[in-house]
Design a protein around this ligand. Sequence first.
Ligand SMILES: Cc1cc2nc3c(=O)[nH]c(=O)nc-3n(C[C@H](O)[C@H](O)[C@H](O)COP(=O)(O)OP(=O)(O)OC[C@H]3O[C@@H](n4cnc5c(N)ncnc54)[C@H](O)[C@@H]3O)c2cc1C
Length: 416
Amino acid sequence: MPLRAEVLVVGAGLAGLSAATRLADAGLDVQVLEAYGHVGGRVASERIDGFVVDRGFQVFNTGYPRAADLDLPALELGCFERGAVLRVDGRAHRVIDPRQRPTAALGTAAAPLGSLREKAALVAFSLRAGYSPVGFLLRAPEETAERALRSAGVGAAAVERFLRPFLAGVLLEDQLASSSRYVDLLWRSFVRGATGLPADGMQAIGEQLAARLGTGRVHLHTAVRSVHPGSVVTDDGTWRADAVVVATDPVTAAGLLPAVDATAPRQVTTHLHVLPESPWPTPLIVLGQPGGRLVNSAVVSDAQPRYSPDGRALVASSTLDPTPEAEVRGEVAAAHGVSPSDLEHLTTVTVRGAQPAALPPLQLRRPVDLGNGLFVCGDHRDTPSIQGAMASGARAARAALGALRRPGPPDHRSAG
Ligand SMILES: Cc1cc2nc3c(=O)[nH]c(=O)nc-3n(C[C@H](O)[C@H](O)[C@H](O)COP(=O)(O)OP(=O)(O)OC[C@H]3O[C@@H](n4cnc5c(N)ncnc54)[C@H](O)[C@@H]3O)c2cc1C
C-alpha cells in the first residue's frame, strides 16, 4: 500500500467524510484514516437481537442546511410527528405542530402550557426562529436560552413541561445554559424540517457519504498517533500528503494539534427496551417530567418500523446522568402508560464525550485552516450537531482546495 495521498483525512465521522467527498469530487487523491471499524463516528448503529440500535438516541433533522449534501430518499427516513407528548399528573397531552396535523390543533391549544398569552409567546418564538433570516437570528443579543425564553414571554409551564425536556434531549444539558443563538438555530431546523431515522439506522448517513468515495479510500482500524505538516504517523507507518485534515472527535483533535482547544463535556445514557406492541397511535417523542431523571423516551420503531425485526416496539429512553436500568424502568413505563413488567430490557449505552457544549458566546465557524497544510474540522468547529460536523467538513475542504490552489467541485452544496 503506498502511504501517500494528496490529502489525508484523519477520522471518518460526518465531518471527515463531508470533507473527503468534496475533495474527491474536486479530483484529488484523498485517503481517510479511521481508528475504529466503522464509518460515521459518533453516529453509529448496531444490530442486537435483530433490532437496529443506534449508539444513543439520535435523529436526523431534514431542516439542517447540510441535509442538501445527502441523498435523503436513499436513506428511507421514517419520521416522528413534529411535536411531543407531555405528561401532567399522569395524563398524556399531545402537542403537535398544527401545520402538520390541523386536526390536532384543538388538543394542542388545550395542552397545559400556560395562559393563552404564554402559548402565543411560544408560537411567536417558533415563528421568529423558523422564519427570520439566519443573519437576523445571529445578530440578536446573546444570552442563555433560559433568559431568552423568559424575555420572549414564554411562561414557566411551557418551559418546564415542554421546552426544557425537549431541548435537554438535544443540548444534553437541562439548565438551558446553552447559547440563545444556538437554540434559535436548532429551533429553526425543527420548525423547518422533520426528524427521522434511516431505515438501516443512523450509521447509514456516514455509510452513504463513504460510499461516494469509492472503494479503497477509507482505511478502517488505522489510528493516527501524531500529525505533522506533510505527514501523519500510524502504527503501520508514516503517510505523506500535501494536506492533512484532522476530523477526529474534539478531545483527540486537541491532542493531535496543539493549536486546537476543544472538549466534549456532554454525556448521555440511553436505555433500550422492547414492548410487545406500541402503546401510541402515531410516532411522537414523550418528554421527561420535571423532577424525573428521563429527558425523553420514544418508540423509535413507530417512526422507523424497520428498527424492529418483527413488529414489536423498540423504545429508547435517555437520561443525562449515567443511570442503572432498574432505576428508570418505572419512569419509562409511566411515560408510555404501560406496566414495568411489559418492558424487556435490550441494552443500555452511556456515551461520554457525546458532544461539545454550546454555551454563550457561541463560536460559529471557528478557524479550520491552521497553516502549513494542516486543517481541522468537526462539530467543535461549528455547532455540536450533525449539521455542525458536516458544515465544518465543507469549510475545511474549501480551505484545503484553496491552499492547494484547486477549484472546488460545482457547489450545489455550499456550507451552511
Ligand atoms: C448519543 C448522541 C446523540 C446525538 N444526537 C444527535 C442528534 O439527534 N442530532 C444531531 O444533529 N447531533 C446529534 N449528536 C451529535 C452528533 O452526532 C455529533 O456532533 C457529530 O456526529 C460529530 O461528528 P464529527 O465528525 O465531528 O466527529 P465524530 O463523529 O466523533 O468523528 C470523528 C472520527 O474520528 C475517529 N478518530 C478519533 N481519533 C482518531 C485517530 N487518532 N485516528 C483516526 N481516527 C480517529 C473517530 O473514531 C470518529 O470516527 C449526538 C451525539 C451523540 C453521541
